[in-house]
Design a protein around this ligand. Structure first.
Ligand code: PGA
Length: 237
């Protein structure tokens, strides 16, 4: 594990952007694993700026997002599909057919889950996977107690995750109770992982991760067994 401690959110985003740029320069046909949330916004802004300056292209890149809410159509303003298009995809030269998120309105959710891991495998696996982390150590929507060998699956959202994410929903809007998430094993299958965490509220999770005690009660602990992972973290925000 490589740990990089930073002083500012901007520094974290810049170092992460350099890793993604290096990956795309080395392999313009890379398969990227992407994440939503507040943490990667700065990274995505930097990648958009590189594309706009004609220094970077996503035209042959394929992406797979970690998760999506169950029951939210793509055009819902709180869907992760919408977040990704607003934040990144609408501003870069990626092909729509190369973008993958779990389909939270699929008629058969379990078939959708197993198809998702198959789609990733069919693309040759994820070259570089971006991750955030929850204060409880969740990665994707893999909450404490999720088996380390889990593949993409449907989860019931915990009360704390629903409360944390309620800010992304319009007032009065019904918050989903379930989501589809890549499993911990699906994440671990990536060839390289970069985990970003910034702010005081994430520091306790960072301490736990550093302790390195493997336990399904702290899903991110499994990442300590990955042989190519960089953790960029810091700060009081
Ligand atoms: P955040 O979410 O980036 O909004 O803090 C990270 C996560 O819960 O995985």
């Amino acid at each position: 594990m490589k740990w990089i401690e930073v002083k500012t959110y901007e520094e974290m985003s810049r170092i992460a952007a350099e890793l993604f740029i290096k990956q795309l320069k080395a392999n313009p046909k890379s398969v990227l694993g992407l994440a939503t949330g507040g943490t990667p916004v700065g990274l995505y802004e930097l990648l958009v700026a590189e594309v706009k300056a004609n220094r970077l292209s996503f035209k042959d890149v394929t992406t797979f997002n970690l998760d999506e809410y169950v029951g939210l159509p793509q055009e819902n303003s709180a869907s992760y599909w919408m977040y990704m298009h607003d934040t990144l995809f609408n501003h870069i030269d990626i092909k729509e057919e190369n973008i993958h998120l779990p389909n939270g309105v699929a008629p058969n959710l379990h078939a959708e889950c197993s198809a998702y891991d198959k789609r990733i495998a069919a693309e040759g696996g994820i070259d570089l996977q971006l991750l955030g982390i929850g204060v409880n150590g969740h990665i994707g929507f893999n909450e404490p107690g999720t088996p380390f060998d889990s593949l993409t699956h449907v989860v019931e959202l915990t009360e704390s995750t629903r409360t944390e994410n309620a800010i992304y929903f319009e007032e009065g809007a019904e918050m989903p109770t379930h989501a589809i998430t890549m499993g911990i094993q699906s994440i671990m299958n990536a060839k390289e992982i970069v985990l970003l965490a910034f702010g005081e509220r994430k520091l306790e999770a960072m301490e736990k991760l550093k302790e390195g005690k493997l336990t399904e009660d702290f899903p991110a602990s499994q990442l300590t067994t990955h042989d190519n992972i960089t953790i960029i973290y810091g700060g009081t925000k």
